[in-house]
Design a protein around this ligand. Structure first.
Ligand SMILES: Nc1ncnc2c1ncn2[C@@H]1O[C@H](COP(=O)(O)OP(=O)(O)OP(=O)(O)O)[C@@H](O)[C@H]1O
Ligand SMILES: [Mg+2]
Length: 375
């Protein structure tokens, strides 16, 4: 049996482990929190810090292969392990390019992959020199996550809130649609493209409302999305799963926003909606098996279950029975012991062959379920 370790024990690791149960693989998870979503689904749980060199090195040195569910890991330890013969997905060199937004943007530029124009700023004072570049978006090089390393800069006044650390200042794009394209690529360079996913935002709250796949963008735009995503996966020279986030602007141009070198939250629906899920595909890659079929069986929507405002503590999934009564609705609870406002507690996948019915059902789910806490 192949012994495979996962760095990080969150929900992505949990879904990866659910899929691992079908294959001849013995799994280990490295994570600080012993009650994390992955802790009870793996064969071996190891408590430790994925950002610490020694913890990662010790964890990986007797394993056959390693993968990640988050980018903020000790790349140095992964490089050493790779040199000692451990197979790492993605390759540490690819991870090194991606995990810093500065090197990631530079990689797109050097590879002639369309992306928003940018300037590198070293600190806040430096940022103040680029007034003529506004409106723009300031993104911290290292350590941003879930939008926390991103700052919109429209005016000179906004510049004072910019990051006082090496960052990227990117031209503001007039976005028509945000799309995610997941690519699977194996050791032989064979690829499989999942149908693109469209993000639908709630304009009033500026929150991601739901994600829908396949998107109904026209063929030419989809070709651009696929070509850009394939080029990124190839140029990174690494087997694995890559989730490419892209912008379609008002003129129909396609620009890459960023790439995640791992399974991604925009691919949760592939568990039920596609012949082979993103998680299944990653195991096939790690195990050296043929790639699966990424095509969709039915169109799908994903609604995220975030902790409701004003509730903290042991979670309660209010309305879960109502949504499970609906046709083709699948609930994924991540098993987190505590809810907090905005925390990702689970997601719901909805399938429907009719797009209008699908959107309607996604809205219904959105309003029927709430993550609150026990009184
Ligand atoms: N150049 C840009 N022009 C316009 N909007 C942008 C630009 N860059 C980012 N955004 C907006 O900000 C959001 C977050 O940006 P980005 O994906 O780079 O950050 P992040 O920290 O990785 O966030 P997340 O983890 O949520 O993906 C994007 O989804 C998009 O809506
Ligand atoms: Mg993003």
């Amino acid at each position: 049996m192949l012994e495979v370790g996962i760095l990080g024990g969150g929900q992505l690791g949990r879904m990866l482990l659910q899929s691992a149960a079908n294959y001849p693989v013995e799994t280990s998870v490295l994570e600080n929190e012993p009650d994390c979503p992955s802790a009870h689904l793996c064969h071996h749980f190891v408590q430790g810090d994925i950002r610490n060199f020694d913890d990662v090195y010790k964890f990986g040195k007797n394993l056959d292969a390693l993968t990640i569910e988050i980018e903020s890991v000790s790349v140095e330890a992964l490089e050493k392990l790779e040199n000692e013969g451990v197979q790492v997905y993605p390759r540490p060199a690819a991870l090194r390019i991606i995990r810093n937004k500065i090197s990631q943007k530079q990689f797109y530029k050097d590879s002639e992959i369309p992306t928003a124009n940018f300037i590198v700023t070293t600190n806040r004072e430096d940022l103040l020199k680029f007034e003529e570049f506004l409106p723009a978006v300031h993104k911290v090089g290292l350590g941003g996550y879930d939008g926390r390393g991103v700052q919109v800069v429209r005016t000179t006044e906004d510049m004072k809130n910019g990051f006082d650390a090496p960052s990227v200042l990117e031209k503001m794009i007039d976005i028509a649609k945000e799309v995610s394209q997941i690519v699977a690529i194996n050791e032989r360079g064979e690829t499989a493209l999942f149908p693109p996913v469209e993000m639908v935002f709630n304009k009033d709250l500026n929150l991601l409302d739901y994600q829908i796949s396949p998107s109904d963008l026209n063929k030419e735009i989809i070709w651009k999305i696929e070509a850009i995503s394939l080029k990124i996966a190839r140029e990174l020279k690494s087997p694995g799963i890559f989730a490419v986030e892209l912008f379609v602007d008002k003129s129909g141009d396609v620009l890459v926003n960023e790439t995640a070198p791992r399974v991604h939250n925009s691919g949760h629906h592939t568990i039920e909606a596609n012949f082979s899920s993103q998680f299944d595909m990653l195991w096939r890659i790690i195990l050296g098996y043929p790639l699966g079929n990424p095509s969709h069986i039915l169109p799908a929507a994903i609604v995220n279950l975030l902790g409701a405002n004003n509730y903290s503590g042991s979670p309660l999934y209010e309305g879960i029975r109502d949504i499970l009564k609906m046709e083709n609705v699948f609930v994924h609870i991540y098993g987190k012991r505590q809810t907090r406002p905005g925390r990702k507690m689970g997601h719901v996948t909805i399938l429907n062959k009719d797009k209008a019915d699908l959107i309607h059902a996604a809205q219904r789910v959105k309003h029927a379920i709430r993550v609150i806490s026990e009184p």
